[in-house]
Design a binder for this molecule. Structure first.
Ligand code: ADP
Length: 628
C-alpha cells in the first residue's frame, strides 16, 4: 500500500523530444488512477518513469515519503503489467509466476503459497502446468497479472493490458481488474487510450494531450464539467457536438445564435458563471452539447436539421444530421454543421426527415473559441466591475471608497474604468456589502454568488456564509487589473517575481570529506541553494555539466522578498507604489525589475533585497522546465 506524488515531472528523450511536461499529481493510497489520451500523448512514458524504466528529466517522484527518482526499478516495490504479456514461452504458467520470486531467493514453500493464491484469485488454477502458447489471450493476460500479483507490490502499473484482447473479453477483464483492485486494496495506475476503459475503471482519470495534463478528475466530473474542448470531445461516445455560436443575454435568458442564423435559448441562471463579456452577442464562442443531451422531434423547437443517417441499436437510436445553411437549405457540403443525437424511443425518424434537436439547457457547455477553455469554470477566474472616479475616491459595487494612488496614477485623468477582480481578491472587510444569492461548495472552497446589478460577483468565502446573508467585504487592490477603453492600464501583482541569474558551486573540506555547496548568483548576490536543489540542477539530464555556464530563471515567492540591512541583492528603489492597503517598492537591479512589499519608511535610493532559498523555484530557460 502506498501513496505516490509526482511533482513537476518532465521527460525529454535523448533526441530532444519533450514527451511529458510539468506533470503533477498526488495519488492517494488505494486509488485506481487511469492515464488516458490519444496515442503519443506521453501516458506510457509517465508510467515507465514511475516504474523506473525511464529516467526522469526533471521533477520529483515520491513513493510514500521516499524520493525515488534515482532508485532502481527492483527496489521501488512496484509491479508492472504490459500489453504484450511478456511471458517466457518455454516456462509453464507456474514457472512464469514463480520466476520473479525465485530471483529474489524466496523459499519455495512461500513461492508455492503465493502462486496458488494468485492463481485462485485469477481463476487459472487449472492451467498452472500449461505453457503460454497453450492458452488464450485472456488467460495469458491473467498470467501476466498473476506474475505481478505474487510480488505483493505497493503499486500496480498496467500499460494497456487489455488492448490485445477482443471486445467481449476486454469488457469481462475490465470488471475483473476492477474487482482485483477492490480485493487487493492497492494503488493501481492504468494506462489506456480507450476512454470507455478509463471511465469504467478509474476512481480518478488523468486526461493527457501532447505531453500535457489536461484535467485530473473523477469520471463523472470529466463528463459533466470538462475543463476544455479537448476533454469534452475525448470523453463520451458519440462525441460531443461542437458549433460556432454567439451568446446574447436577454433578461432572464441567453440567446445562442448559430452561424446559420438559427437560435436556441437557455436560462441565464444555468450559465451565470460565463463572464458577461461573452454575452453581448459579439464574441465567437464554441457551444458543446452531448448527443444524449438533446431530444429530437418534429415540433419546431430547437435546431432544425436534416437526417442523414439513423443507427438503431435497440435500446437507443443514433441520429446523424446536417444543420441548414443561411437560407435554411441543407447543403451537404458544408463543414462544421453536422449534428449527432442519441435518443431512446424514436423509431419514426428516417433519413431525409427534417427534424428539430432541442438541447437540455442544464447540460450545455461553452468554450472560448480561441483558448478552448470552458467558460463555465467551477470557480470563475475573475469578475469585472465598472468604476467611476469620484473626487479622491471611486464608486463601485454600490459604495464609494478611497482611490489607491497607484490607480489614480495609472488612470491619468480617465474617470471611468473597469476593475478585473479574481474571486480570491475579495476578502472579508468593511468597504462593500452585497446580498448572497447562493453558496456552492467547490472542492474545499466555498463560492458565493453575490447579487449585483443584473448578474453576480463571485467571491470565495468562509463556510459560515449562507444564502440570504449580506456579505461585507473589501478588495485586495494589488490583486486586481485595471482597464479603461479596452486598454490594460495596470496589472495585478503576481505572487512571485522572476529574476535571471547563474548557478555555481564551491568545494570545501569538512571533516576530511569534500563537500559541495551550491549557490544561486543574481547580480552580486550569492544565495546558498538547498543542497538537494543544487544537486538537482547539477544532475539535470538536459543541462549536464554545463549548468555552471547557463542563465536560469529564478522564481521567488514575493512574500519571501524583503529589504535587508545585511547581505542581499543590491538594488535601486525607483518608485513606491501605494495601493492603500499595502505598499510596494519597485526595485531595479541592472536591467531587471521587481516589486517588494514596502512599509511607510521605505525610501527611494540604494537598498538590498534578500530572500530565502527555500522560496526559490528554478526554471531552465532553454528547455522551459521547472527544475526544482
Ligand atoms: P503514449 O503512451 O501516450 O502513446 P508515449 O509515452 O509512448 O505515448 O510517447 C510519448 C511521445 O514520446 C511520443 O511522441 C513518442 O514518439 C515519443 N517517444 C517515446 N519513446 C521515445 C524514445 N525512446 N525516444 C524518443 N521519443 C520517444
Amino acid at each position: 500500500m502506498a501513496n505516490l506524488k509526482l511533482s513537476h515531472i518532465y521527460k525529454v528523450y535523448e533526441n530532444g523530444h519533450k514527451a511529458v511536461s510539468d506533470f503533477s499529481i498526488d495519488i492517494a493510497d488505494r486509488e485506481f488512477i487511469v492515464f488516458v489520451g490519444p496515442s503519443g500523448c506521453g501516458k506510457s512514458t509517465t508510467l515507465r518513469m514511475i516504474a523506473g524504466l525511464e529516467s526522469i528529466t526533471a521533477g520529483d517522484l515520491f513513493i510514500g515519503d521516499t524520493r525515488v527518482n534515482d532508485m532502481e526499478p527492483k527496489d521501488r516495490d512496484i509491479a508492472m503489467v504490459f500489453q504484450s504479456y511478456a511471458l517466457y514461452p518455454h516456462m509453464t504458467v507456474y514457472e512464469n509466476m514463480a520466476f520473479g520470486l525465485r530471483n529474489r531467493k524466496m523459499p519455495e514453500e512461500e513461492i508455492k503459497e503465493r502462486v496458488l493464491k494468485a492463481a485462485k484469485m485469477l481463476d487459472i488454477e487449472d492451467y498452472l502446468e500449461r505453457k503460454p502458447k497453450e492458452m488464450s489471450g485472456g488467460q495469458r493476460q491473467r498470467v501476466a497479472l498473476g506474475r505481478a500479483l505474487v510480488r505483493d507490490p505497493k503499486v500496480f502499473l498496467l500499460d494497456e493490458p487489455l488492448s490485445n484482447l477482443d471486445a467481449k473479453l476486454r469488457a469481462a477483464m475490465r470488471t475483473e481488474i476492477t474487482a482485483l483492485h477492490k480485493s487487493l486494496n492497492t494503488t493501481f495506475i492504468y494506462v489506456t487510450h480507450d476512454q470507455v476503459e478509463a471511465m469504467t475503471m478509474g476512481t480518478r482519470i488523468v486526461v493527457m494531450k501532447l505531453g500535457y495534463v489536461q484535467q485530473i478528475d473523477t469520471p463523472m466530473n470529466l463528463y459533466n464539467e470538462p475543463y476544455n474542448k479537448f476533454v469534452a470531445g475525448f470523453i463520451g461516445t458519440p462525441q460531443m457536438n461542437f458549433f460556432d455560436v454567439t451568446l446574447k443575454r436577454e433578461h432572464e435568458n441567453v440567446v445562442v445564435r448559430f452561424d446559420n442564423g438559427d437560435t436556441i435559448t437557455v436560462p441565464y441562471e444555468s450559465v451565470s458563471k460565463i463572464h458577461p463579456s461573452y454575452l453581448d452577442g459579439s464574441r465567437k464562442v464554441t457551444f458543446g452539447i452531448r448527443p444524449e443531451h438533446m431530444t429530437v422531434d418534429r415540433d419546431e423547437r430547437g435546431l432544425r436539421f436534416v437526417v442523414t443517417n439513423v443507427e438503431r441499436l435497440g435500446n437507443e437510436t443514433i441520429i446523424y444530421g446536417k444543420l441548414g445553411d443561411h437560407l435554411g437549405e441543407f447543403t451537404m457540403k458544408d463543414e462544421g454543421n453536422s449534428i449527432i443525437a442519441k435518443v431512446v424511443d424514436r423509431d419514426d425518424i428516417e433519413v431525409g426527415d427534417v427534424v428539430y434537436a432541442e438541447p437540455n439547457p442544464s447540460k450545455v457547455h461553452f468554450f472560448d473559441a480561441e483558448t478552448e477553455v470552458t467558460l463555465m469554470s467551477k470557480i470563475p477566474p475573475f469578475n469585472t466591475v465598472e468604476v467611476k472616479a469620484a473626487g479622491n475616491g471611486m464608486d463601485l459595487l454600490g459604495s464609494t471608497v478611497a482611490m489607491p494612488k497607484v490607480y489614480a496614477d495609472a488612470l491619468k485623468g480617465e474617470d471611468s474604468f473597469e476593475l478585473v477582480i479574481p474571486p480570491a481578491a475579495i476578502v472579508p472587510g468593511k468597504d462593500f456589502k452585497l446580498p448572497v444569492a447562493r453558496v456552492e461548495q467547490v472542492d474545499d472552497k466555498h463560492l458565493a454568488y453575490l447579487r449585483y446589478g443584473e448578474g453576480y460577483i463571485f467571491a470565495l468565502v468562509g463556510e459560515d456564509v449562507k444564502a440570504g446573508d449580506d456579505y461585507s467585504f473589501s478588495l485586495l487592490n494589488e490583486k486586481t487589473d485595471l482597464k479603461a477603453g479596452g486598454k490594460e492600464l495596470l496589472k495585478a501583482i503576481p505572487d512571485e517575481d522572476t529574476i535571471d541569474g547563474t548557478f555555481y558551486k564551491t568545494e570545501v573540506k569538512e571533516g576530511g570529506e569534500r563537500v559541495l555547496h551550491f549557490f544561486y548568483r543574481i547580480g552580486d548576490y550569492s544565495l546558498e541553494a538547498q543542497a538537494e536543489d543544487g544537486y538537482k540542477i547539477k544532475i539535470n539530464a538536459i543541462d549536464g555539466d554545463s549548468c555552471y555556464k547557463k542563465t536560469y530563471r529564478y522564481a521567488v515567492d514575493r512574500k519571501s522578498m524583503h529589504l535587508s540591512e545585511g547581505e542581499g541583492l543590491a538594488v535601486e528603489i525607483v518608485d513606491i507604489l501605494d495601493y492603500g492597503n499595502v505598499r510596494y517598492a519597485k526595485a531595479k537591479a541592472g536591467d531587471q525589475e521587481f516589486l517588494i512589499e514596502a512599509d511607510k519608511d521605505t525610501v527611494l535610493g540604494p537598498a538590498k533585497v534578500a530572500f530565502r532559498s527555500e522560496d526559490v523555484s528554478v526554471y531552465s530557460i532553454e528547455s522551459d522546465m521547472k527544475i526544482c
